[in-house]
Write a protein that binds this ligand. Sequence first.
Ligand code: GLC
Ligand code: CA
Length: 533
Amino acid sequence: MEQWHKESVVYQIYPKSYNDTNGDGIGDIRGIIEKLDYIRSLGVNCVWLSPCYPSPGDDNGYDISDYRGIAAEYGTLDEFKEMLDGMHKRGIRLLMDLVVNHTSDEHEWFVESRKSKDNPYRDYYIWRDPVDGKEPNGWTAAFGGSAWEYDEQTGQYYLHLFSKKQPDLNWENPKVRQEIADMINYWLDMGVDGFRCDVINNISKDFTRAYAGGNGPRLHEFLHELHERALGPHKALTVGETWGLTPDQALMLTSEKRGELTMTFQFEHLLLGRVGGDKFDPEPLDKKAFVDILAKWEYGLKNDSYPVLVMENHDQPRALSRFGDRYNYPYESATMLASMLYGMRGVPFIYQGQELGLHDPTFNSMSEYRDIETINAYNELKASEKYTEIELLAKMQYGSRDCGRTPIPWTSEKHGGFTTGEPWIKTQIDDGFTVEAQEKKESSVLNFYRKLFSIRNNDPCLKDGEFELLMNENDVSVYTRTSNDSVVYVISNFSPEERSLPDCVPTNAEVLLNNYNEIGASLKPYQSFWVKK
Ligand code: GLC
Ligand code: CA
């Protein structure tokens, strides 16, 4: 199987908010092309591009109406190829977003499918008769309401695990599976290097369960088939978006000998600070659990698979706001989080803007939000009449996906130089947080990220050395990475207070990375460093 993933450092681009070059307020492919040298300068060698296919935009491109095209607002297929070429020239691989659990309801397959029960595309989707005049079962959709939508035309319901404009494909149908494999080959033949696979464990449904979701009985079979027909022959890298797996389940999907996916994301630590994982229900962060969960996955995937190291993406508020100390120690806590996470074994994923240590923008009213999930959640919670307007706005500010979706502040100009027009979503430009300001300042989060990855990329021990957690208590963690005769220690203080330096930290070791100028008798607030013995 493909091995290049072990060398990868991945940068996620959310194209709508990256860089707009024609003043329509929407980021575009030309805008990415303009920034390729910047991207390379971060020390990344792979880009994951969120969907840029034609889409009505109900879920910002995760509702695709044509799998083989490029959305007009982002550019043309020729520009896409130019971007791909520009990446390859710089030693950067490209992962596209593979959204094949569902399509848009405006995809021609669904337009056909809903026409009649005997339409050739009927079985491309999941249609059911009403049961007692109601929904076929009690499954609910991720964006609220029932997962079933009644369609007058034929008197049946179709399944949608997300919005009703995102009907689920019927993977039981062999024609659907062949269409998807062909589409994957189309992009791989063009030179794309792999895919991030959206909610991929949902493709096989388990209808015996009371709650909606995937991990159905044929998941492994479907993925293995895709691997045989498309991914394997191209040595494509795949990373699955798989919520709620145990390490053992993740191994079943990624173990090299199985020929399914290359890696899966693990997001368990991203559920912290949320009551029962509910993103709109805050609770204090359990810092010990944060490190323990990461360590659990390091151990759990050991030898047979390769972890993904992630703390931000387009579905999450900014890590600095969630896990760091935005007001008192923005630089120290943003760099501590990076140093602690990316010292581990696995493939680092960095979400655009994370390298600047961005915090969440401030949303002053519901009219500033664009995300369907946020808007639906607000309406549902409001209808429950349990919360005041101020409480509702605080909840949205805490959990909204839009927190991570506002444009990159490139310069101190209006809208951060993102656009010369009106941006599709609000921009927030804070002093010192722009790319321009951070380029100039040696001790910026941006330059810390560059340094971190230049060290990591050149150190075999940091790439593949064995992980061991030595301690995690009182906000201080120490772990080691070991290979052959070298040991790297990663020491982090996850607190705004000084802490004593643990005894297990070696003296006279070579300092590789440090977010303070020195290592003293005690750890400074949010201090984190790597030393090598
Ligand atoms: C994934 C995407 C998210 C999208 C959903 C439905 O979770 O990351 O943005 O809304 O799938 O496609
Ligand atoms: Ca544009």
